[in-house]
Design a binder for this molecule. Structure first.
Ligand code: PLP
Length: 468
């Protein structure tokens, strides 16, 4: 292909495009805008003549391309989404939503210097754990507690501080994998302790623990099998029996509870989960749980139990690498304070409100929303109200599900491709909507839909999104 010198001469200079991009520079800053213009122009210089049209070389066109790129890039940041997936605590969607007072406390801690590690009474150095520790003690009955970045960090820190280089017997029925890269076996390796697998997948007896205990044993540990259930011919050792055995051998007994369940879920009509306070009362030396699962708070991991052990954990150098910041402590303390009013919790705590939301609420919401949705999506899609099941998620209550109602959308032409296009369009809305594709249907489970007005307001934009 012969090069066309006239066309090459049409490629503008970086400076010329920059001059026409003042508005972009003031919005996104000089360095990224000029770098993108340069990149664009370099591409034009390397392009074949065929691609080198008059329009491609137009200054305004290059500016518009750069702007479109920057807008798209902004969309990649953290954004609120509507979680209509049917999973209340969805790890990919950020798990628990904070109550307003917790979010506000985090905001204030974020915009200001704080007394994070400063004791305002004495004017001396303070401890960041103290902002939430007393509340954890009050709510679980433990002596002391420490807070780290998440549940996995709690286990890594606990094992590193108390069991490094030594043996930890764990039942083969409890060697859980909690999605992604969290596997009990690997966590043990990271913490530098020796996993002693005992029992069988379906049955572990007290005598299996007894046989495994020797001079090298650091502690006994039980892991809550939060995201699966082994049914049938099963046997596991009760918490009480394991605690007694550990104490007979002068060993700490540790429980990874997974979810931070601080109240009786059965009383709320939800499936029972292990309650932190019950384990402490039964004599557990340490328990660990997440802050953003059932507890309904910010992402963090909590270790609670005996003061001597907690002190050892707090003083381990790894603690510093795993400690959360002021915003987490501020939000956590506010959420924990709400637990002082258990009778208000199903309204005050979004996670609990979503889990206990009455079925007639979702049903009425579906009645309101289905006609609006049908208006917008006809004639290509058929919209109906459908009874469905939501899950709690994040490993809590693996088997039980909650009755709910969904907006059910089907392609009139029975095309899976159309449904995928529709689910993409929902994700491209200003407040992206996450539903679930299931067997030729696109379901929007209404259990977690709080902001109905905002949801409805943006629906007309679906039409445009479907056209592109
Ligand atoms: C969720 C879970 C963890 C990990 O907690 P993260 O907060 O996700 O790090 C550990 N153990 C169990 C049993 C869990 O359910």
């Amino acid at each position: 292909m012969t090069s066309n010198p006239d066309m090459r001469r049409m490629i503008p200079s970086v400076d010329r495009v920059l001059q026409a991009s003042n508005d972009l520079v003031s919005q996104w800053g000089h360095s990224v805008v000029s770098a993108l213009i340069r990149e664009h122009i370099d591409q034009l210089r390397g392009a074949t003549d065929l691609k080198l049209t008059e329009q491609a070389c137009d200054v305004a066109n290059i500016r518009d391309n750069v702007q479109a790129y920057l807008i798209e890039e902004d969309r990649r940041g953290i954004r609120p989404v509507f979680n209509l997936s049917g999973v209340v605590l969805h790890t990919n969607l950020g798990r628990a939503c904070l109550p307003d007072q917790a979010a506000e406390a985090a905001r204030l801690a974020g915009i200001s210097t704080t007394n994070l590690e400063y004791d305002l009474r004495t004017g001396k150095r303070g401890e960041r754990d103290h902002h939430a520790e007393h509340l954890i003690c009050e709510l679980t009955g433990c002596e002391a507690a420490t807070i780290v970045n998440n549940g996995a960090a709690a286990i890594v820190l606990l094992l590193t501080a108390l069991a490094q280089g030594r043996g930890v017997p764990v039942s083969r029925g409890e060697l859980v994998e909690i999605g992604g890269s969290f596997r009990m076996t690997e966590i043990m390796e990271v913490a530098g302790c020796k996993l002693i697998e005992i029992g069988a997948t379906n049955r572990t007896h007290l005598k299996d623990y007894e046989k495994a205990i020797n001079a090298d044993t650091a502690l006994l540990m039980k892991v809550h099998t939060s995201n699966y259930r082994i049914d049938g011919f099963t046997q596991s050792v009760s918490a009480k029996d394991l605690i007694d055995l550990a104490h007979d051998n002068d060993l700490p007994c540790v429980f990874d509870l997974g979810s931070g369940c601080l109240i009786d879920y059965k009383a709320l009509g939800l499936p029972a989960e292990p309650m932190a306070a019950d384990y402490i009362a039964a004599g557990a030396d340490l328990i660990t749980f997440s802050g953003d699962k059932l507890l309904g708070g910010p992402q963090c991991g909590i270790i609670a139990g005996q003061k001597v052990l907690i002190d050892k954990i707090k003083n381990h150098p790894l603690k510093r690498a795993l400690r959360p910041g002021a915003m987490t402590f501020a939000a956590l303390a506010e959420v924990l304070k709400l637990y002082r009013y258990p009778e208000k919790l199903t309204q005050a705590l979004p996670t609990l409100r979503h889990m206990t939301r009455p079925v007639p609420d979702m049903s009425a919401q579906a009645d309101r929303l289905c006609p609006e949705m049908a208006d917008i999506l006809s004639p290509d899609f058929e919209v109906t109200k459908k009874a469905c099941q939501s899950q709690i998620g994040s490993g809590s209550f693996p088997v039980e599900s909650l009755d709910s109602f969904a907006i059910c959308i089907k392609s009139v032409g029975q095309q899976d491709r159309d449904l995928r296009r529709l689910s993409t369009a929902f994700r491209q809305l200003p407040l992206p909507v996450i539903g679930r594709l299931n067997d030729g249907e696109f379901l929007l489970d209404l259990r977690c839909l709080d902001q109905e007005i905002q949801f409805v307001e943006q629906l007309p934009q679906l039409r445009d999104a479907l056209l592109c």
